[in-house]
Design a protein around this ligand. Sequence first.
Ligand SMILES: *[C@@H]1O[C@H](CO)[C@@H](O)[C@H](O)[C@H]1NC(C)=O
Ligand SMILES: *[C@@H]1O[C@H](CO)[C@@H](O)[C@H](O)[C@H]1NC(C)=O
Ligand SMILES: *[C@@H]1O[C@H](CO)[C@@H](O)[C@H](O)[C@H]1NC(C)=O
Ligand SMILES: *[C@@H]1O[C@H](CO)[C@@H](O)[C@H](O)[C@H]1NC(C)=O
Ligand SMILES: *[C@@H]1O[C@H](CO)[C@@H](O)[C@H](O)[C@H]1NC(C)=O
Ligand SMILES: *[C@H]1O[C@@H](CO)[C@H](O)[C@@H](O)[C@@H]1NC(C)=O
Length: 580
Amino acid sequence: MMVMPHTLPVLALFALLFVLSNNGAEASHKIYSRYQNLSVENVNQVHRTGYHFQPPRHWINDPNAPMYYKGLYHLFYQYNPKGAVWGNIVWAHSVSKDLINWESLEPAIYPSKWFDYYGCWSGSATVLPNGEPVILYTGIVDKNNSQIQNYAVPANLSDPYLREWVKPDDNPIVNPDANVNGSAFRDPTTAWWADGHWRILIGSRRKQRGVAYLYRSKDFKKWVKAKHPLHSVQGTGMWECPDFFPVSLSGKNGLDPSVMGQNVKHVLKVSLDMTRYEYYTMGTYNKKKDKYFPDEGLVDGWAGLRLDYGNFYASKTFFDPSTNRRVLWGWANESDDPQKDKDKGWAGIQLIPRKVWLDPSGKQLLQWPVAELEKLRGHNVQLRNQKLNQGNHVEVKVITAAQADVDVTFSFPSLDKAEPFDPKWAKLDALDVCDQKGSKDPGGLGPFGLLTLASKNLEEFTPVFFRVFKAAADKHKVLLCSDARSSSLGKGLYKPSFAGFVDVDLTGKKLSLRSLIDHSVVESFGVGGRIAISSRVYPTIAVSEKAHLYVFNNGSETITVENLNAWSMNTPVMNVPIKS
Ligand SMILES: *[C@@H]1O[C@H](CO)[C@@H](O)[C@H](O)[C@H]1NC(C)=O
Ligand SMILES: *[C@@H]1O[C@H](CO)[C@@H](O)[C@H](O)[C@H]1NC(C)=O
Ligand SMILES: *[C@@H]1O[C@H](CO)[C@@H](O)[C@H](O)[C@H]1NC(C)=O
Ligand SMILES: *[C@@H]1O[C@H](CO)[C@@H](O)[C@H](O)[C@H]1NC(C)=O
Ligand SMILES: *[C@@H]1O[C@H](CO)[C@@H](O)[C@H](O)[C@H]1NC(C)=O
Ligand SMILES: *[C@H]1O[C@@H](CO)[C@H](O)[C@@H](O)[C@@H]1NC(C)=O
């Protein structure tokens, strides 16, 4: 299985060559013919999640066309109805009243016409001003993965479940022209309206340049390519799943995709097939030129800002008019291999939907799990003013530690003991700094944090922790790590030390952390949603009742757990077929 290096340009180049030499099959669509149609009889429950979105069996990937319609949330997703590896992709379909309890319907879109006979890949929904939704998706038309864009509309607009979708015969609506690489042309966005035209983006590449092509339409049927892409960046490779949306300069409310003007910034997020990570920028959308200009000072490439510094891909947002918020969905794949996925009978989850809004600084987005998740909170345990000296770990007892929500604020008396930040690290990715320092290397201010999915004697644990470093001129760098390296005694697993630096004001001498722990996933939010990191892990000892949760400190500065709340999480209705 391919493991991508993360930072060093030389390694990145090798990675690039590897991808390019991979018979044209991109990482996202690798075919394991052996497993593709091996239907599953017995689903192994050990590592299945309790409250994350999963179908009862088989493979899932990208979330598609999330939307709100007549009182229901709809989520579609890429699904293999025949096996636990990628293949035979259809659009599975689920509905929910609260984004947490889900009922499943029949697949909404599946290969049936010449224009999608070889696959129905990712896409988005647009709710038109008259309230009617339209789905745009990528159809595969031959064995060479040639890609075009199609539309589908509900067969019955009075049906709030939108069970049946029609793919009209005037499809496709967008064909690649001679200048577009037709096997790298996919994932249409939600449309926005400006100056008498609808607009969409389609992800692509021109040699190694990642491209978001712009198309315009007056009637949502006849689409014309704009002279210039909305945006493109050399060296980033194929742009999958672009997402482009406005955010308000003040407050936490979300905006309809067509809102423009003075009080608005735009966000462009892309998923990089080359690294299998995403990044985003914020900037200005110039309507006249129909171009997007990232803000000065932001990194416009694979070292840029991320919605999640861990296992998170193919994400997509939508505007929820019922609560005026923008909600983000992201997919987390497995960290084991296809044989293991076949054996356990399932692969892939959707992470908990998150509300997203602009940080008051204007320099990044903030995210927080949707408030509805809190309905699942059961038994609550608290810790207050718990001191942690170097080497201490204290158990958070009497909750279901394998299925929990924990929210903690740590404080410390001073920043004096922060370790110096090695200037050599400036060139490294946060992940490599975490790799070098980890939770075991004793520090000054940190490492401190949570030990999630831990076995009683700590043979296995996934630590989520802060380390504070002192850089030049009294500036501090705060690292948040979610380190899978000690997560499992199991063999042949991908166990990365995911990490990111978080931009935070330390004058209050506090750092907070919330982790959503769910059997094989730990989804963490640092400092009120300034950073998010998700890890997939597969403990062998620390499973169900044998899992424990601890707070710990391995730094010389004493840390105080000012306030910790942990809840056992109940299990929602998860993709039970709807009663008709
Ligand atoms: C077109 O895209 C495919 C898939 O990404 C790639 O294998 C191929 O090299 C690209 N062709 C050109 C000319 O860039
Ligand atoms: C899997 O099923 C699909 C759809 O029925 C079929 O086209 C394909 O050939 C099958 N693949 C294998 C490896 O059997
Ligand atoms: C697929 O690509 C190969 C190599 O470029 C070409 O020979 C073949 O005709 C293509 N097949 C289809 C169905 O387009
Ligand atoms: C459309 O949906 C409504 C509401 O579910 C239902 O009453 C009606 O029978 C449906 N119409 C058709 C033609 O199926
Ligand atoms: C704390 O440091 C000690 C000594 O290096 C190490 O044995 C222990 O595993 C560390 N704790 C954690 C949670 O990493
Ligand atoms: C998820 O799986 C791991 C381990 O196989 C790969 O290294 C990642 O590249 C992959 N991530 C995505 C987004 O496909």
